[in-house]
Design a protein around this ligand. Sequence first.
Ligand SMILES: Cc1cc2nc3c(=O)[nH]c(=O)nc-3n(C[C@H](O)[C@H](O)[C@H](O)COP(=O)(O)OP(=O)(O)OC[C@H]3O[C@@H](n4cnc5c(N)ncnc54)[C@H](O)[C@@H]3O)c2cc1C
Length: 378
Amino acid sequence: MIDFTFTEEQEMFRKAAREFAETMIMPKVAEMEKTGDVSQDVVKALAEADMMGITIPEEYGGLGLGYTERLIALEEISRVSVATAMMLQVFALGIEPIIKFGSEETKKKYLPGLATGKRLATTAVTEATGGSDPTGIKSSYTKDGEDFIVNGRKCFITNSHIADTITILAKAEDTPKAFCAFVIDENMPGWKATHKEHKVGMRGCNTGELSFEGLRIGKAQLLGAEGKGLGVTMAAIGDVGRGGMVGTALGLQAACLEESIKFAGQRILYGKPISFLQSIQNKIAEMKIDLEAGKLLGYRAAAIQDAGGRSSNEFAVAKYYTTEAAQKAAKMAVDIHGGYGCMEEYPVTRFWRDAAVLGPSAGTSDIMKVIIARWAMS
Ligand SMILES: Cc1cc2nc3c(=O)[nH]c(=O)nc-3n(C[C@H](O)[C@H](O)[C@H](O)COP(=O)(O)OP(=O)(O)OC[C@H]3O[C@@H](n4cnc5c(N)ncnc54)[C@H](O)[C@@H]3O)c2cc1C
């Protein structure tokens, strides 16, 4: 039997996440929009509410919950602040390779600090020469005894200037098909955050570049087997990165729908609220259809993972569907607002800008289609 209901605990978790987002994050949104900077108050609040350790096992200080609960939290947080959901989603993306591929020593070293927000994580794969094609990266390593020496530069990295625990991918200088994934931290000289990006949306979520110059990494920092790092980072992006973007997109879709219904109920034309106009109702219906369909896709993929399976293909479908739907919903929400949809005091302008940033993160829609077609034809 297929059960489409959330458990009582999951419903309570959603209620708590919504309350948290509305009381602790919503008051900070205007400031984040204005400055574009990460709000330290938000980071502190996320840590105190245990939002950073949702999927970290309890033995390392996390909540030990599943992909479903993570999706619930991201959906509720993104409904209030897409930027904050993005920051949180990439924390988990940076943590996943440590949970799945780290040695016991590595887990004990990093996970307790990450679960409590004393440490902040990210993952750094993308480079100017390797986004959709990660094998095109130029960051390389050579061996010096048991150590690895890494040189290179990463771009478009979420949390670049706030993270101190970073999973990185580098290529062997002399064996181009061998990649290694490492976890690096603030105590290792030879890396720094450099350029900060100014994004069109998700203001309050930091994105930037990292540079590695003679970064010496001990063997203990290796994640997975030497030479097999591409699989380590791609597994995390497939399961956690795509899943996180689904939660982020669903929250934005919900926000677009709610604001549209609110505005349509208040705006009077021809002596009645515009919610009586068929064309407005059509847009609201389309948003609702996409939100319901996106939830089924996303939570199904999360449920497969929670049952011990792999659902990176299902997450590719959900990521494609929900991020495209969020962009469509944001455009419709702006349209429903008429001229007010161009005025910054209306949140739909922020939704529109945030929606534009959803596409490339964790793989573009074109790349999702490549993955989905491969799955369909396999
Ligand atoms: C806000 C934001 C946050 C991000 N955070 C991180 C992060 O924390 N860590 C990290 O490592 N990366 C991060 N990224 C990078 C992200 O993963 C890449 O931007 C993405 O993978 C696309 O790579 P690219 O930008 O190099 O585009 P390109 O790969 O250059 O793509 C250019 C165009 O070609 C298309 N294309 C490419 N290949 C194909 C194909 N095979 N078939 C059809 N079309 C194709 C693309 O869809 C796109 O339209 C982030 C990006 C953004 C925008």
